[in-house]
Design a protein around this ligand. Sequence first.
Ligand code: MG
Length: 402
Amino acid sequence: MLLEGVAAGLLARGNDVDDRGLITTPALEFMVKNTPYSAGIMITASHNPPEYNGFKVVDSDGIEIPRAKEEKMELLIHRDRWGASYQPGRRVINEGRIESYFEKLESQVLARDATQNLKIVIDTGNGVAALTTPKLLRKLGTRVIGINDAIDGEFPGRNSEPRPENLGALSKIVREEEADLGIAHDGDGDRAIFVDETGTVQPGDRTLALVEDELLRSHPGAKIVTPINTSMVVSEIAKKRKGKLVLTRVGSIEVSRTVVKEGALLGGEENGGIFYAPHHPVRDGTIAAVLVVNAIVRNRRPFSKLLDRLPRFHMVKEKIPCKEEAKSHAMNILKTRLKGRISSTLDGIRVDFEGRGWVLIRASGTEPLLRLYAEAKTKNRLQEILDEFRPLVLNAVGDRRL
Ligand code: MG
């Protein structure tokens, strides 16, 4: 229904429409960049439950449109005045045509022979990544066991978001099958979360740090982009490998646009988003899988052992309810109270403790709450930070809780 609506509207205004059918968001983005089209539209709710849907609009450079353009578009919709062209556009159907995307992905695989020897369980969560990751790995000769691989917008297999609580079946099958790796994607295939060979779901920022470590060894001095709420493990690896870390506001569009602007090699988010510029600087779950497989193959060590080499930190993320209209007031109170200690206001308020930890307080963009993130090298230090900052935030919100 949404496809027919958006296609009819575009055609009526004189635009040509090329219908690619079911593909992943990163595949669409790649195709827009590498074809003469001026834009792309992905119909998806990304990782959200089946009752949701939406449009992700892609600019001619193959990256999500900037927020300013999105707002302009929303204004046009609310104006609700439409003109039609006397020369409607043409519609062509090229269902599933993503060959050049697939070839480029395949060219990023380092060692085909060794990749063949792996056994990998892939949980595409009934999403469209069933058309890319398992297909690519099977083509390379890897033993692939697919679960939830029938594409179904009702997502009968599991919740579409690849969070640990949704990946119990994947962990179990990785253990039972004695597989080397488990890979889980979200509905539109732009995120990937990995399960090690012991069945443990690994946090996205530790996987990011591993990929970062690998890439910086062969690209010393390269830039890495990550949002301001990412674990210190990523900054520690950048320091160790002489990479340059660039922090952004939270959100995939911020990371994508910064990777391009800074000429960075890699971008990444804690939620399982990996952006690899030599492929295409957008969040892509399948390139994430390729980079993780490359790391396992190159080091000839199990995934859990590779992650064990990374420094460990303790992190908490808390939600503090706060009425929508009171968020900015609470943030202003915090700004005043923390005066002289704030290290960044790029996105929320961040206080750093000389490389031993940090705390970040942000107003949620979508929910009536403030988010409190804290991380430290030791559990005790983390507790100290929380003991100081939790009451401070609660106090700033005061009786404006929900
Ligand atoms: Mg997504």
